[in-house]
Design a protein around this ligand. Structure first.
Ligand code: GLU
Length: 442
């Protein structure tokens, strides 16, 4: 293979699969972006055509509508999705989100990415994703509970502890997982305690795992610790910029700080802040818990969005919603490495710009795989009725992340491609091997 590191994305043939499946050629569509990355990477490893067409579409697309009684007595109709992308390697696995901007194509992409993510870290799951179109901040606790329970009952027949295992994602948390599990376990055919494996990310007192809450942030830190020295960035003293300060970056920022990094800028939905001497993420976390955002934090200066992106740092970590880094933001960025803590944080135009600028992107299917990896540990603990210590969870997580990072680096050297294509190739090799031995039914 003689291609340079960045040239594959435009040169490799995707045509036969996208034409065969009748996909439109829209360069800015998120679902096609994911499919195209898969097809480019499949080409690099000569993946069988049949595996490419199977992966280019999700296996099942479930769409539901359900009414919920609101506190004022009226009934509101909600739309929900559960996309089951692929289960060749194990049960469908992936979170569900509550967000006002949930659309079919986005959930399809996210489910697809879960298939790739589970295969990169070699956990025995496939990929799925769900969502309800709702802004959870606008609901009372009672309404939130009723939406969670009705969503569970609407998709109950299609999921299960060995079929499809949801988990937290944007706008959902361990309390929602507890209501979800309880609803599932209350139905007559699931009234055995093992049914609590139907969902992960549960509270520790109800089958949750130590370390699950911090797992995605910990996985980002473990991946960076493994990869940065090779890129020539020492962890000690490296400067970091965080986009988003919720579960993922709230934990990731504190863990990286404890490893010696200096966080200089943070931006969330409330505003952006900067302190060149370093922002104490532990203190900011406490402040954020009290106020619901980083705006107004008085140990840093308030800055504009553009200044946030333009701040020169070693590592930029988008850990908020997907598709926030478009060409404009990518043009502003002044970093050496981007670690994708959120799923699909760059839109196609942003991705092209980052490649052009030579910014090294550690892709989400590797960088943020820590969450689903500890979900797997939770599922294993539930299945065996055992409890692992926090140390055991951390140790096993680190082992999975390090091996996944090493496999990705080895593929990047072998295939002479971007880290994104190398991580996809790592996943596809595994899925291809599974299809090879399983064959296609009948
Ligand atoms: N929602 C998380 C993700 O996108 C976790 C999924 C899970 O734990 O199943 O990776």
């Amino acid at each position: 293979m003689s291609a340079t590191m960045t040239s594959h994305a435009t040169e490799l043939p995707r045509g036969s699969v996208t034409e065969e499946l009748g996909f439109p050629s829209d360069p800015d569509n998120l679902y096609l972006q994911t499919v195209n990355t898969m097809l480019d990477s499949a080409e690099l490893i000569n993946l069988k055509h049949r595996t490419r067409i199977i992966l280019a579409q999700p296996k099942n697309e479930i769409m539901v509508h359900f009414p919920v009684k609101m506190d004022d007595g009226h009934h509101k109709l909600f739309k929900g999705y559960r996309i089951q992308h692929n289960n060749a390697c194990g049960p469908y696995k992936g979170g569900f989100r509550f967000h006002s901007d949930v659309h079919l194509d986005d959930v399809k992409s996210l489910a697809f990415l879960m298939t790739m993510k589970c295969a990169v870290v070699r956990i025995p799951f496939g990929g799925g994703k769900g969502g309800v179109k709702v802004n959870p901040r606008e609901l009372s606790e009672g309404e939130l509970q009723r939406v969670s329970r009705r969503y569970c009952s609407a998709i109950m027949d299609q999921i299960g502890p060995d079929v499809d295992i949801p988990a937290p994602d944007v706008g959902t948390n361990s309390q929602i997982m507890a209501w979800f599990a309880d609803t599932y376990m209350m139905s007559s055919s699931h009234q055995h305690h093992d049914a609590l494996r139907v969902v992960t990310g549960k509270p520790v007192e109800f089958g949750g795992s130590a370390g699950r809450e911090k797992a995605t942030g910990q996985g980002v830190a473990d991946t960076l610790a493994e990869m940065l020295p090779g890129i020539g960035i020492p962890l000690e003293g490296m400067t970091v910029s965080l986009l988003g300060f919720g579960n993922v970056n709230g934990w990731g920022g504190r863990i990286l700080q404890d490893m010696g990094a200096k966080v200089v800028t943070v931006m969330d939905h409330t505003g952006a802040i900067r302190n060149d001497r370093g922002i104490d993420c532990h203190d900011l976390f406490d402040y954020n818990m009290k106020t619901g955002g980083v705006a107004g934090y008085d140990k840093a200066d308030a800055i504009e969005e553009e200044d946030f992106y333009r701040t020169k740092v070693d590592v930029f970590i988008p850990g908020a919603l997907e598709q926030m880094i478009k060409a404009k933001q990518a043009e502003w960025l002044d970093c050496r490495v981007m670690a994708e803590a959120a799923n699909a944080p760059c839109d196609p135009s942003g991705d092209r710009k980052l490649t052009e600028k030579g910014i090294e992107v550690i892709p989400a299917i590797l960088a943020n795989a820590g969450g689903v990896t500890v979900s797997y540990f939770e599922w294993v603990q539930n299945k065996n009725a055992v409890t692992w210590s926090a140390e055991q969870v951390d140790r096993e997580l680190n082992r999975h992340m390090v091996v996944a990072a090493q496999r990705t680096l080895a593929n990047r050297n072998k295939l002479k491609c971007s880290l994104r294509n190398a991580a996809f190739a790592t996943a596809l090799e595994h899925i291809g091997d599974v299809y090879k031995v399983r064959g296609i039914f009948p």
